[in-house]
Each structure stands twice: as C-alpha cells, then as structure tokens.
Design a protein around this ligand. Structure first.
Ligand code: PLP
Length: 359
C-alpha cells in the first residue's frame, strides 16, 4: 500500500483548544471547522472538539453534515445564507446564520418559517468584505429585532483584517470602532480569530472564533505554533520508494531541473502535487527523512518528489519521510511556497488517507 497519509493527532487538537481557552479564559469558543476542518476532516474535528461551545462553518451543506453526524452544538453559518431557499433548513436544524447585508435582512423579513431563527448581526468594521457598514449597524439590529422570523439577535460580530501583524494599529481601530457603533445594543460580541485571540486580548469579548490555532499553527506573521504552546495536528507523511546513486552531471526529474554537482545519493519520495504538496517550491525546502532534514531537489511531480540524501547516504527504500507536521512546521513549508499554512492544509487531496492518532 502506498504509504502517503496524513496522521491527524486528536490529542493535539484537544490540547490546542485548551490553549485557546487558557488564552481567552473569559470567552466562549466557536471553533472554526469550515473547509473540511481546514483539511483535517470536519466530522473528526467536531467529534474531537466536542467541548467547544459551538462550531463555525461557511455554508449550509457543511452545517447539515454536522447535524447528520449527530453533532448537537450550536452551529454558526459565518456567511449566513446564500438564498431564501436555505432558510427553512436553517430553522429546522437550529443553525445560527450571521446576517451581513440588506438582501439577507429583506429575505428574513419576507420569510414565513416553521420556527424563528437565532441570528448574529455581522458588522463591517474595516475589513470591507462582509458586514453592514458601521453606521447602519444600529438600524440593521432594530430591523432584525422586529422581524417575526427572528427569535433572537444573539449579538454583533465583526472580523479583523490585519490581526496577524502585531505592529499594525488598524486592529485597535477596528475594535474601537466596532464597540463605538454597537454600544448599547443588547447581546454578545464576537471579534477574535486565532491571531486576535493570541495577539490582541482586548478583542476577546464574549465569543472567540479560533480556527488555524486549533490545528496547531501560529496565526501570526512569521510565527510558529510551538511559540504559543500549540501542537501540530496534521502530519503529512510518506516514505522513500527509491534510492538512486547518481554521477556528477546527471540530472534529476522533469526538465532536468537539478543537476548533480558531484556523485551523490538521491531519494524518491512517494508524494507530490497530486497529494497536495505545492509544486512550485524551490530547491532546498526541507523534508524529514528518518527524522532528519534533507533538501528537496528538482521539480515536484504529481506522485513523487526527490530529495538530496548526501547527508544520509545509507537511507533505504521504505525509510519514513515527513513532508510537514511533527518535527517540521507546515508554517515553514508555506513560507517556502509563498503561501500560508491554511492553504497547504486545505489542499491535501482526497486520495491521501487520514489516520487518527490519540483518539
Ligand atoms: C474562518 C473564520 C475564523 C477563523 O479564523 P482563523 O484565522 O483560522 O482563526 C474566524 N471568523 C470568521 C468569520 C471566519 O470566517
């Protein structure tokens, strides 16, 4: 059997939730598990985090999957609903949509539902993606409150654009403006993603909404999960399937993109972009072979990649390889790939089997 797998460490997941609670002790935790639990398997993550106070997902289909699997916690639809046709299912399953624009508000006002909804009001405090403009927050709240299809406006939420950069004062501005324009409105407040949870304690308020930190990843620019006491949840592992002894001047892989500068040992790993490893990383990106770093060389193929084994010429086919995770932070691979860890985690392909550890 092909050895390429992701190992999902459920104990690490629970540990990271405990870290989030410890960092924001006065807040309830809405765990973000959208996009298949950031690539870790949404249902598996929901089960492991069963003491989260609620779950945040991106759409109704994700939310229904949770209910059908027996998840009973509150489920917040972070982008609300995408059409009035979703409202009855939302009511029936007791999902909690974020209402972020006038179209959604009007659809709610016109709806005739079997039971009224609990909703969040989403306010745009400066990210300029979703949410009512600050100046309209009060009027939107009043209309929601008066709407027969709304049983309760839980409170107001907003999202921060730059919380990953601790030097950026825009975060403080967003928090202050949000509070100023929602002052006096009843209900709870929710502002913080992972970066704000760890870096901006003044953002915590009633509900924090961590995502990436639950998976063990630092949400801060240039950071590593370990610095926050987080443990990596996903390890992408494989093994060597060939070890070649090449001569100086011989080229490796498509396009001959790497030419051996001397006689050397080259390992072939059974993982490639068809598994979700980024194709465009440069030579030199670290790969763990037998727990020790070896530099990637040549082009990443669909099913394979190649590594420089000059540091361990005795390596053999079958030796274990880690592409990221335990012992090799995915943040580091993401930096080499010119992206963020979120993307690498979400892009692990379905053909990669997941095995659970620490259940
Ligand atoms: C995804 C999401 C989060 C979680 O963000 P992280 O950076 O992963 O912590 C929080 N709030 C909203 C609205 C989201 O969509």
């Amino acid at each position: 059997m092909r050895a390429t797998q992701v190992v999902i460490d459920l104990a690490a997941l629970r540990h990271n939730l405990a870290r989030a609670r410890a960092a924001a002790p006065g807040s309830r935790v809405l765990a973000a598990i959208k996009a298949n639990g950031y690539g870790h398997g949404m249902l598996r993550v929901a089960r492991a985090l069963d003491d989260a106070d609620g779950f945040g997902v991106a759409c109704l289909a994700e939310a229904i999957q949770l209910r059908e699997a027996g998840v009973t916690q509150p489920v917040v639809l972070l982008e609300g609903f995408f059409g009035a046709d979703e409202l009855e299912a939302i009511a029936r399953h007791r999902f909690i949509p974020a209402v972020h624009n006038l179209a959604q508000l009007e659809q709610l006002e016109q709806a005739r539902l079997s039971q009224p909804l609990t909703v969040w009001l989403k306010v745009d405090s400066g990210m300029h993606r979703l949410g009512f403009p600050l100046q309209q927050a009060r009027a939107a709240w009043q209309r929601l409150h008066a709407c027969p299809s709304v049983a309760e406006v839980t409170g107001c939420m907003t999202h921060l654009a730059n919380a990953d950069n601790l030097d950026d004062s825009f975060t403080a501005t967003q928090i202050a403006e949000f509070h100023r324009h929602t002052a006096g409105l009843p209900g709870q407040r929710s502002i913080a993603n992972s970066a704000a949870l760890l870096g901006w304690p003044e953002s915590h308020s009633d509900w924090v909404r961590p995502g990436i930190m639950l998976y063990g990843i630092s949400p801060l620019l240039g950071g590593r999960g370990e610095q926050h006491g987080l443990k990596p949840v996903m390890t992408l592992r494989s093994e060597l399937i060939a070890v070649n002894h090449l001569k100086r001047g011989e080229a490796v892989g498509y396009g001959g993109a790497f030419v051996c500068p001397e006689d050397m040992t080259v390992g072939v790993v059974a993982a490639g972009y068809g598994d979700g490893y980024p194709r465009h990383v440069p030579n030199g990106v670290p790969v763990l072979v037998n727990g020790r770093r070896a530099p990637l060389i040549g082009r990443v193929s669909m099913d394979m990649l190649t590594v420089d084994l000059r540091g361990q010429p005795g390596a053999r086919p079958g030796d274990p390889v880690v592409l990221w995770g335990e012992g090799l932070p995915v943040e580091e691979i993401a930096e080499h790939a010119g992206t963020i860890a979120y993307e690498l985690l979400c892009r692990v392909m379905p053909r990669v089997d997941a095995v659970e550890n620490g259940a």
